[in-house]
Write a protein that binds this ligand. Structure first.
Ligand SMILES: Nc1ncnc2c1ncn2[C@@H]1O[C@H](COP(=O)(O)OP(=O)(O)OP(=O)(O)O)[C@@H](O)[C@H]1O
Length: 317
């Protein structure tokens, strides 16, 4: 993977800030989870939060939502009409209600009138291909179906800010596609979004800004980027590694990495070069045992952003 900077990475026009965290820290007992963080949320802008497990993404989303109070610093709603906020939490329980019952009670609790709630429920369920499940109990819904209901409860009333905690995690590919389509529609309506996410494709499609968290601190913030997703294949083969190495000469370290070397060897290779590399392994007398694809991990993404930042500061990007 590589990060390609597009434009200057800065906003051209001053943005209308709707929510701000000012020098916010969050501690649980003595444990610091968010440390002296300042973050502005602009109207209509989509921010991707990335970072390893435990870096503080969910806590930050809860602070932004106003569900968790800062231990220090403050959260300021900048717009006089306070922004309405929808939250898509990471886990949504299989409640013993139907979507119709659940969403109606959520809407009414938020102060929406029943007719508006009814028409929004129909609109959103239809968009997500869920209208025939309106009166079916959610107890036996799949994760993908539950996540769609989770999304609908958050977008009802058309909030100005939508907060999402790993919206695609644990759901199947067709559901992911429907969720992404809906998120694009919501972005098109001018809704600001902050989402913790580790899928490069979703970041490329939807995010205007990417914020990298490490141990409760923002270590990188980028605008105007594109993450090139290069996938890698793992090749397991038998044979003389010295002969195979000779045969692979001329292919760079960035394209091929040796993971294990011996009578049984393992290499990682860029997927677009795998046919070529397989041929070279055969030419070097190797016997291919298996070839498998693997996805870029969220750790890769964080590391990648940091390297890209270092490179761009040195003028290399
Ligand atoms: N209520 C709590 N009490 C004590 N510690 C907490 C609490 N909530 C979160 N933490 C700790 O704060 C740290 C950050 O957690 P958080 O869930 O915000 O990280 P994350 O980046 O969202 O991770 P993940 O991707 O695993 O959800 C973790 O070490 C977690 O154990």
């Amino acid at each position: 993977m590589a990060v390609h900077q597009q434009g200057t990475g800065r906003r051209n026009t001053p943005a209308e800030i709707i929510l701000r965290l000012e020098d916010v820290s969050k501690r649980y007992d003595r444990r610091v989870v968010i440390e002296h963080m300042t973050l502005e949320i602009a109207k209509g802008e989509c921010t991707a939060l990335v970072g390893k497990n435990g870096s503080g993404k969910s806590t930050l989303l809860r602070l932004l939502a106003g569900l968790s109070r800062p231990t220090e610093g403050r959260r300021r709603v900048e717009d006089v009409r306070s922004p309405t906020i929808g939250l898509v939490a990471e886990k949504f329980p299989a409640l013993p209600f139907t979507p119709g019952e659940f969403l109606m009670s959520m809407g009414v609790t938020r102060g929406m009138d029943k007719r508006t709630v009814q028409s929004e429920i129909s609109e959103w369920l239809k968009r997500l291909g869920m209208d025939s499940y309106r009166d079916v109990r959610m107890s036996h819904f799949s994760k993908g179906m539950l996540q769609k209901i989770n999304l609908v409860q958050a977008v009802m009333g058309k909030p100005r800010l939508l907060l999402l905690d790993e919206p695609l995690s644990g759901i199947d590919t067709p559901s992911q596609k429907e969720v992404v389509r809906l998120l694009m529609d919501i972005k098109g309506m001018g809704t600001a979004m902050v989402m913790s996410v580790h899928e490069p494709e979703l970041i490329n499609q939807i995010a205007d800004r990417i914020v990298l968290l490490e141990n409760g601190k923002i270590v990188k913030e980028e605008r105007g980027f594109r993450i090139e997703t290069v996938r890698y294949a793992t090749i397991l083969f038998h044979g003389d590694p010295l002969r195979v190495r000779q045969s692979l000469e001329g292919i760079g370290d960035r394209e091929v990495a040796w993971v294990k070397e011996g009578a049984e060897s393992v290499i990682h290779v860029r997927t677009d070069l795998s046919d070529h590399v397989l041929q070279r392994i055969l030419n070097g007398g190797g016997h291919i045992v298996s070839v498998s694809q693997h996805e870029p991990s969220e750790v890769d993404l964080g590391e990648l952003l940091k390297t890209a930042a270092a490179a761009s500061e040195g003028g290399a990007l």
